[in-house]
Design a protein around this ligand. Structure first.
Ligand code: SF4
Length: 288
């Protein structure tokens, strides 16, 4: 029988390698509170504006010639875009709540756009896949040498879209076609339309994609930089020296403002990470 762990709330069988719990955030150089600074005008109430501003820095300073990220179109829909200018990057600002299948289109997009050095913003699972591809390139046609910078967003999980929409329609009497925006708050999903409902994550865990229930990575440990929102603050984690220097340079050039995240915030990120590891442990144990 697997051992039990009690690091977070309740006992669960330990199905994950022990280093996950010893190092729940992964390796890092620095953890910062970050906000957008005067050089970038993103508009008000945009979550994660600091990472958008950092991407503007990467483009302006020619570290990359394109950024691949997701952009909201309308309501619940989104698309994957290649942003090659500051203006295009600013259009991608804001939270995303679904996994967009950009990895399948990546090679085609990079070649069509003739990009030589790109930054990719994705979810931990997508970034992990890309890091694997970069570390162990297999094919001559591999495009991983063109990926220069991997940025992961913190991820609680993504939802089976049709089922969750049926749920909120029936339980909260929300007209699906009226939903204009879905926001992710640290504890809930907020559907905004004719009617606004905020549903705590605990209530809708059952609507998470199965793969997400088995996923132990909250912050995106394979990235160069991870970013997410904790207590309404944007957190940026640098995972290597180069990424750390770039974050500091972006701050000195007034794209972003940064300050060291204190122990409280780091503890909170660890708790969220451990909660996700334990959730994965529990669901793996249930499956076996
Ligand atoms: S929970 Fe894991 S598998 Fe699911 S979208 Fe997030 S990173 Fe990917």
């Amino acid at each position: 029988m697997p051992e039990s762990v009690s690091t977070c709330n309740k006992e669960v069988p330990e199905m994950m390698p022990s280093w996950y719990l010893k190092n729940p955030i992964g390796e890092y150089v620095g953890i910062y509170l970050a906000e957008v600074s005067e050089k970038v005008n993103i508009g008000e109430n945009v979550s994660g504006g600091a990472i958008t501003a950092f991407l503007c820095y990467l483009i302006d300073e020619n570290f990359v010639d394109g950024v691949i990220a997701a952009r909201k179109t309308k309501g619940l829909e989104g698309e994957v875009i290649v942003a090659k200018s500051k203006e295009e990057i600013i259009k991608t600002a804001g939270s995303k709540w679904q996994v967009l299948p950009f990895t399948s289109k990546l090679k085609e997009t990079i070649e069509n756009e003739d990009l030589k050095k790109i930054a990719i913003v994705g979810l931990p699972c997508q970034i992990h896949f890309l890091r694997q591809m970069k570390t162990f390139p297999l094919l001559e046609m591999d495009f991983s040498h063109r990926i220069d910078f991997l940025i992961s967003l913190f991820c609680y999980g993504t939802f089976a879209q049709e089922s969750i929409l049926n749920y909120i329609k029936e339980k909260y009497e929300v007209e699906i076609s009226s939903i204009k925006e879905v926001k992710i708050t640290p504890k809930a999903l907020k559907f905004i339309g004719e009617k606004t409902v905020e549903i705590p994550f605990e209530e809708i865990t059952g609507y998470l994609q199965i793969g997400c229930l088995l996923c132990p990575d909250y912050t995106g440990t394979s990235s160069d930089i991870s970013a997410g929102i904790i207590r309404d603050k944007t957190i940026i984690i640098s995972r290597n020296k180069r990424a750390d220097e770039m974050i500091k340079d972006a701050a000195s050039m007034k794209y972003i403002k940064i300050s060291e995240a204190g122990k409280e915030i780091i503890k909170r990120i660890e708790e969220e990470s451990i909660r996700k590891i334990n959730r994965a442990s529990k669901h793996i144990a249930d499956l076996l």
